[in-house]
Design a protein around this ligand. Structure first.
Ligand code: NAP
Ligand code: G4F
Length: 336
């Protein structure tokens, strides 16, 4: 039986990856941030089941990381722990670097110094490292051009994984993942914020939804498809970096329109910039507004991934479409 260690076990990807690996008969050990009131809602259904356990460890604590890696000597490490909110990273650049950049180095150093020769390492890299790229779609050769403290920290980690692979022969791969969402996506990310608000507005529990940059364009896939790709990367004889993406783009505005359609509300957008509003075409009520509060000091306006390398080498392809993703998120929200 193989043992996988997952950092960031309580997050969206940690939960889906755990389910995926348990199905493949792995023993899964998850690192969980210390907290007086642990945030385990995404993994509550796994706690207490066979071959699944959690260990308290903060990714900023080198000693704890060394002790745990020495004890477990895992076959695979998936480093998903992250201060993952891009907007928040502008307020917390130091902490974001400690977790997203140096946290990765702590794990790489532990593997190297403890001489864990059979351990394979996956790094949660991100499309944000491309920033506002000169060309589209972006692939593994696109120059890095980070536009936020989050992206700069992830770019540093991305480079360090390559450096450890080339300098010390570590089996270490980066998954350059474009946005992926699900019913358990954190409520502070735009897709989940929208699906939650749409259901509340439909029920009359909320008047309107205030958003930031409605024109931002993303390549949105489903997290279930993306965790499968993470595992596929670590099954390769040679470690490498891979883009995982759908190659399809939608604006935040489009996501709003599609989500409202699920509750039979047709929304029409008028005006632009901070004055833009979304109106319920039947009632004439203003249900979407724009607030400067949700704008970032700098935003990535458009991202689109080219996953040809993953398709050719890993035989990975996303199986869940954009409309199925929205349906999954909306159905879960309606049933919640
Ligand atoms: P998420 O839901 O925000 O999960 C992040 C996880 O990291 C949570 O379990 C969180 O713990 C943990 N964490 C945060 N700070 C930590 C610390 N100091 N020590 C230990 N654990 C810590 O993010 P996700 O969507 O699952 O994404 C997983 C990883 O992929 C992240 O690194 C993210 O940056 C990256 N990524 C995500 C996407 C995407 O679209 N989802 C795309 C590309 C890359 P708590 O639950 O206790 O906060
Ligand atoms: O949902 P978001 O916060 O995701 P973002 O910034 O693209 O980052 C996510 O994907 C990255 C991969 O590309 C990951 F690395 C990262 O960890 C995270 O998972 O925002 C998406 C877009 C942005 O352009 C943002 O400015 O939506 C825009 N937006 C408009 N109104 C908003 C809002 N974003 C948020 N969070 N909240 C709003 O009200």
């Amino acid at each position: 039986m193989k043992t996988a260690l997952i950092t960031g076990i309580t997050g969206q990807d940690g939960a889906y990856l755990s389910e995926f690996l348990l199905d493949k008969n792995y023993r899964v050990i998850g690192l969980q941030q210390p907290s007086a009131t642990p945030n385990t809602q995404n993994i509550d259904h796994l706690i207490g089941t066979d071959y699944f356990e959690t260990v308290v460890c903060d990714i900023t604590d080198s000693n704890a990381i060394f002790r745990i890696l020495k004890n477990i000597n895992p076959d695979e490490i998936y480093n998903l722990a992250g201060q993952s909110h891009v907007g928040l990273s502008f307020d917390l650049p130091d902490y974001t670097a400690q977790v997203n950049a140096i946290g990765t180095v702590r794990l790489l150093e532990a593997i190297r110094i403890l001489d864990l020769k059979n351990t394979r390492f996956y790094q949660a890299s991100t499309s944000e490292i491309f920033g506002n790229a000169d060309h589209s779609p972006q692939n593994e050769d696109t120059p890095l051009n980070p536009a936020s403290p989050y992206a700069a920290a992830k770019a540093y980690a991305h480079h360090m994984v390559k450096i450890y692979r080339e300098s010390y022969g570590l089996h270490a791969s980066c998954g350059i993942l474009f946005n992926h969402e699900s019913p358990i996506r954190g409520a502070e990310f735009v897709t989940r914020k929208i699906t939650k608000a749409v259901v509340k507005i439909h029920k009359g529990d909320q008047k309107n939804l205030a958003l930031g940059n409605l024109g931002a364009i993303r390549d949105w896939g489903h997290a279930r498809d993306y965790v499968r790709g993470m595992w596929m990367m670590l099954q390769q004889d040679i470690a490498d970096d891979y883009v995982l993406a759908t190659g399809e783009q939608h604006s935040v505005r489009d996501f709003v329109i599609q989500a409202f359609k699920h509750v039979d509300i047709n929304i029409i957008f008028e005006d632009d910039g901070l004055d833009e509003i979304g109106i319920n075409s039947k009632t004439g009520k203003k249900i979407v507004t724009v607030s400067p509060e949700f704008y970032r000091p700098n935003d990535v306006h458009s991202l689109c991934g080219d996953a040809t390398k993953a398709e050719n080498i890993l035989k990975w392809k996303p199986e869940i479409s954009f409309s199925e993703l929205i349906k999954d998120m909306m159905d879960a929200e309606i049933n919640a």
